[in-house]
Design a protein around this ligand. Sequence first.
Ligand SMILES: [Zn+2]
Length: 383
Amino acid sequence: MAVLLDEDMQCMKKDWEYLVSVAPRFMGTAGERDSIHYIVDQIKKADLTPVLQTFSYEGWQMNGPAELFVETPEQLKIETSVLLGSGTTQNAAVQGTLLFIGETIIWNMYEWLRFGIVDGNGELVGYISGRPDGQAISQTLAEGNSDLPHFAIGMKESQLLLNYIKEKKNVTVRGALDTTKTGEKEGNNIRVLYNTKNTAAGKILICAHYDTMFNTPGAYDNASGVAVLLNLAALLKKYNIRKNVELVFMGAEEWNLAGSDAYAQHLVATGKEKIDFVINIDGLGRGNVLEAWVGPEKVERELLHFFNQVYKRDIYVKTPPPPGSDHTPFYNLGIPVCMFTINDQEIIHSSNDILHENTFTNMREFIHILVELLKHMGVISES
Ligand SMILES: [Zn+2]
């Protein structure tokens, strides 16, 4: 078997380390540009042809760390992040009474507590969103952006605020964050096509996003997936390609799926390319639970058959596939999809998402799984 040579694995490790070294790879940053150059270079070195698919989006950036304080009933500094697309308070802080509103839904699936900050005139001047588990992290705003500042806090802190309110205490807070809308920007998906002679057939699309949140090395989310995909690109050359395959390194996933959304829009606009199946790799973490977010049901059964009878490994399935990664725009077009991830939620979108040996061990196993799955699906065969 051609897969899993030691030198291939060393390449995969180098790719992974490089992507982490240039992080954060947030859209519009030098880290994003360095990642694109690196991926393009590696693909060319494998004697393949990268094709850039350019798309535009309204840019946004954070200009510094956010701060949030409780002033009454006791003085506290609260660890805070910012929801992506948040408005700014610039240097002047927002200040006011805390109002419990209810909840906000992140990515159409996570329920976060929602608080407002009401100023002396009774106007709502800012929001605080409380994560239901773990520490303060950034996530994308449901509406993509807002004119008002949006702080994001962890579970412990949001429970504390909620308790004050339940105890009918007068809670006042003060916070500052500095963001800028940076106007129209350009992003890139990097496509690599392997065509068989059969031009009428559809294709299998395998993707992973190379960008990160603004505050993280992104070793797990998602340098792990990109390094696997880069090495798959080289590895596939050792097999007979029996169905059309396209690998896509997606941009701006963290920015409301801007890259995969642009790809899906391109599919609709041209109406020519047929995609039979999308495999999305997003976050191979340190844990041992391999999850597949898959749909429709028929594809779930095929996948279960593979993991129960062929590869024989535990798999945890979520169906229909939750949104929140690059498979979503394709699934919304009626294309069967499967996103693979290995759990590491405690470090997602944080500065703790760093290189770890267990992550690499999982990447090694996963590329093996992927090759076996592609063989099982008749996409590739031993040459
Ligand atoms: Zn991700």
